[in-house]
Design a protein around this ligand. Sequence first.
Ligand code: ATP
Ligand code: PRP
Length: 211
Amino acid sequence: MERITIAMAKGRTANDAITLLENADILFSDFNEKGRKLIFVDDERQVNLIFVKAVDVPTYVENGAADIGVVGKDVMLESPKDVYELVDLGIGKCKMSVAGFSGTEISRLPQLTVASKYPNVTQSFFDEKGIRTKIIKLNGSIELAPLIGMADVIVDIVETGTTLKENGLVILEDITDISARLIVNKASYAIKTERIQQFVENVKRGLGVCT
Ligand SMILES: Nc1ncnc2c1ncn2[C@@H]1O[C@H](COP(=O)(O)OP(=O)(O)OP(=O)(O)O)[C@@H](O)[C@H]1O
Ligand SMILES: O=P(O)(O)OC[C@H]1O[C@H](OP(=O)(O)OP(=O)(O)O)[C@H](O)[C@@H]1O
């Protein structure tokens, strides 16, 4: 049997992703969410699991360092990669939204300053609306930007809405729903077709998705 390598993030989606693999009969008995181990090997089923930063998952898959990846749709939208996106895994559900102070009229401003971790998605979204923007790329604590006057609005992930609420912000417009996707390296899919198709079928069966 050919060995396959799966890349995923050891962040908030890791536990659900591990459960998905378990449902597909792939077990990493020594996995511990609090541990710092970055690579796990299942010799019986010929699967390696590597933990990388969420935004790097598609890079590992595109370059063939991993055959398969589990990654948020937000990451794929921001930096599209030349990979196959095969399954919506239905975990890591959240949405990407424009948020700001209640009553902010986006289209009234001559130029909108937007803070975001997602500058490319932000640019396309406002370009499509014909709204001129200045985009400030941040890597975290995005909700702070309107509070200190650095941006008029933000584009960020909203899950429970707690972060917005606790900072006195509201959703002004939703951009898109987000969930984790299973992505596959194109060459791996060509070379290890049966092995990868079998893996994908097992994952889908574990998800309860009809194939
Ligand atoms: N509340 C949330 N905030 C951010 N991402 C969320 C949330 N809920 C689900 N997600 C999904 O989980 C992924 C983020 O996972 P993770 O926490 O590992 O990455 P991260 O926020 O970039 O963390 P880090 O910068 O610490 O690596 C996102 O790409 C998104 O698809
Ligand atoms: O709607 P909620 O459930 O409150 O979740 C949304 C928040 O979670 C994420 O931040 P994260 O925890 O990744 O922190 P950071 O971006 O500030 O690093 C995201 O950027 C929002 O700030």
